[in-house]
Design a binder for this molecule. Sequence first.
Ligand code: UDP
Ligand code: MG
Length: 315
Amino acid sequence: MNNNKKEISIIIPAYNEAENLPLLCNEITAVMKNIDDNYEIIIVDDGSSDKTEEVIERLFQNDRKHIKGIQFRSNFGKASALKAGFDEACGRIIFTMDADLQDDPKEIPNFIAKINNGYDLVSGWKQNRKDSFIKNSSSIFFNFVTSLFSKIKLHDFNCGFKAYRSEVAKSLDLYGQLHRYIPVIAKNNGYKITEIPIHHRKRKFGKSKYGPVRFLNGFLDLLTVLVLTKYFKRPAHFFGGFGAIALMLGSVVSLYITCLKLFTGSIQNKLPLFIAGILLVMVGVQLISLGLIGEMFVKISNKKDDGLIKKIIKD
Ligand code: UDP
Ligand code: MG
């Protein structure tokens, strides 16, 4: 970890982006010249198999003051690349930007203005998106579902171009496909978020790494995010609620079957009901146990949790 404070950090996750990186760095340098020289560009090579590593090395040699590189041993995914960048970043404002030149660095001042206006996270909105028809339509669907479940009114959750107050970026524990839900996680942690429309460009070199199939995997992560954010604080209430209902129903059914057997000597044709009763009791007990185990996790993790407090006022 570097403690050398910067005004701006720009994190660029890159997976096979050798042709794009030099052009992108030139564009960023041109923009930053007019804003603030106290910035850093952190390129995270996510296990590329092309010449990305050499390109980063060369860019670093040409501008050691501003450029840093992080090399992954293998392709761990964009979320992990962002997390590694956040850990290394020392900027007051931390940007993330795709490596493929689709995001236009000229938008950087607009993000900074929003952060300086008091927002904790500013997310880009590719209003006029320059991708394939399939990609654009699946993205509309993804954003609709995420917005519906999270009740957060954003148009473009998964835009790679975002700016954060440092504390917000560092509070995100990203892995898997969770980068798609950063605004949901941040909002749930009580941060103030907004979005701005940005200029989006066509990919010039290299290929998109996210087709519709990879994209569908992301929906499982929506479930994770919803459970972690909405129910994480009281898992016993969430699982225990369903568990208690199942246990109650199961007990009533089992009691009925027991009475039937005691008073009539047979359970007649009630075998399916008998099985359903037993199943409900078992599921109920399991759900309640799951809730209680969840509570233990919350208790343990809350011990280390210092991310809830905005500030402490004291002498
Ligand atoms: N990326 C990455 N690791 C991966 C896949 C993608 O670091 O496993 C980077 C990629 O190099 C790019 C950004 O994430 O900078 C967005 O990827 P891409 O442009 O392929 O996605 P799209 O814009 O097509 O959704
Ligand atoms: Mg792209």
